[in-house]
Ligand binder design. Structure first.
Ligand code: SF4
Length: 306
């Protein structure tokens, strides 16, 4: 490690103590950011850790909707987002106004929002879900209700297929996951014939059909642990490989493709974390009304026992 990085890490450590902060990093963050974080995980898991933490200051290394979710679940804490311009293109494909307009045309329908939505969209939803619990959440809704699944059409399509249920799908997608093509799968299968292919449900349905396992990021961590295979092709953002390699040093993990990168996730750097802790900004600000309304679908999700 270069002396500058070592110095930066020491400064971050001392600022963490001074501000009584905790650093949370999503699985897709740069390895250097994952390595200084107190916890690395998926967006909802990290938000739950934030809510339980004794620290009053949360530095959320991820994209905006994740920090918003942490803030909604920890309304009395200060949630800081080192890269405030880090939006999620998928989350930005649905707006609160669009959901309200759709609801007006379908007054009896339920709106199920993937956690990859803005606080404003959550505030217009009935229940949230993650990639891990989406099937359980949808299954908890009576068969006779029309369901709008927002915003990821690929995850919604997967849930519909798994439950053999018709869902109305919002036309949103994750550009990063969609870039992993059936051709990429064919190439990495050829290069690593013994490897097990794990794929995120935000990928193209044709890619999902080719997978050995469909799972969100936490599901991939658990699956790699329990699986007898020693080699895995990782069908999600490449930051995940660092997390898996650290957890399971004896196993091998290969990128589905070299271009499996989410650019907004890479905007957080050690120097930006240092600046955030030093200046105690940028802070996530959500109006009390939106915060309250957005907490309801998150609570509804938790009440399904997931
Ligand atoms: Fe959004 Fe996709 Fe990036 Fe996740 S990987 S933050 S869904 S753009």
């Amino acid at each position: 490690m270069c002396p500058e990085t070592e110095e930066l890490k020491k400064e971050i450590e001392s600022l963490v103590k001074k501000q009584d902060a905790i650093i949370l990093a999503h699985n897709y963050q740069r390895p250097s950011v994952q390595d200084i974080a107190h916890h690395v995980g998926d967006s909802l898991g990290l938000s739950r850790i934030a809510a339980r933490a004794e620290s009053e200051v949360i530095v959320f290394c991820g994209v905006r909707f994740m920090a918003e979710t942490a803030s909604i679940l920890s309304p009395d804490k200060t949630v800081l987002l080192p890269a405030p311009e880090a939006g999620c293109p998928l989350a930005d494909m649905a707006t609160a106004g669009q959901i309200r307009a759709w609801r007006a045309r379908h007054p009896d329908a339920m709106v199920v929002s993937y956690v990859n939505t803005t606080a404003a969209v959550k505030a217009e939803s009935d229940i949230c879900c993650t990639s891990a619990n989406a099937c359980l959440v949808v299954d908890s809704i009576g068969d006779n209700r029309e369901i709008l699944f927002v915003p990821d059409r690929n995850l919604g399509h997967y849930v519909g297929e798994e439950l053999d249920r018709e869902l109305t799908l919002w036309d949103g997608w994750c550009p990063t996951h969609l870039s992993f093509s059936p051709m990429d799968v064919a190439v990495c299968r050829r290069e690593h014939p013994k490897a097990t292919l794990m794929v995120h449900p935000e990928c193209n349905p044709r890619v999902l059909q080719m997978a050995d396992k469909v799972a969100g990021t936490s599901g991939m961590v658990r699956y790699a642990d329990g699986c007898s295979s020693n080699e895995f092709i990782v069908g999600t953002e490449n930051g995940m490989i660092h997390r898996l390699e650290k957890e399971y040093r004896e196993k091998k993990f290969y990128a589905g493709t070299e271009h499996f990168i989410c650019p907004p996730m890479k905007l957080t750097t050690l120097s930006r974390i240092r600046a955030t802790l030093r200046d105690m900004k940028p802070e996530i600000q959500i109006s009390k009304e939106t915060e309250h309304k957005a907490s309801e679908p998150l609570k509804a999700m938790c009440s399904t026992g997931t």
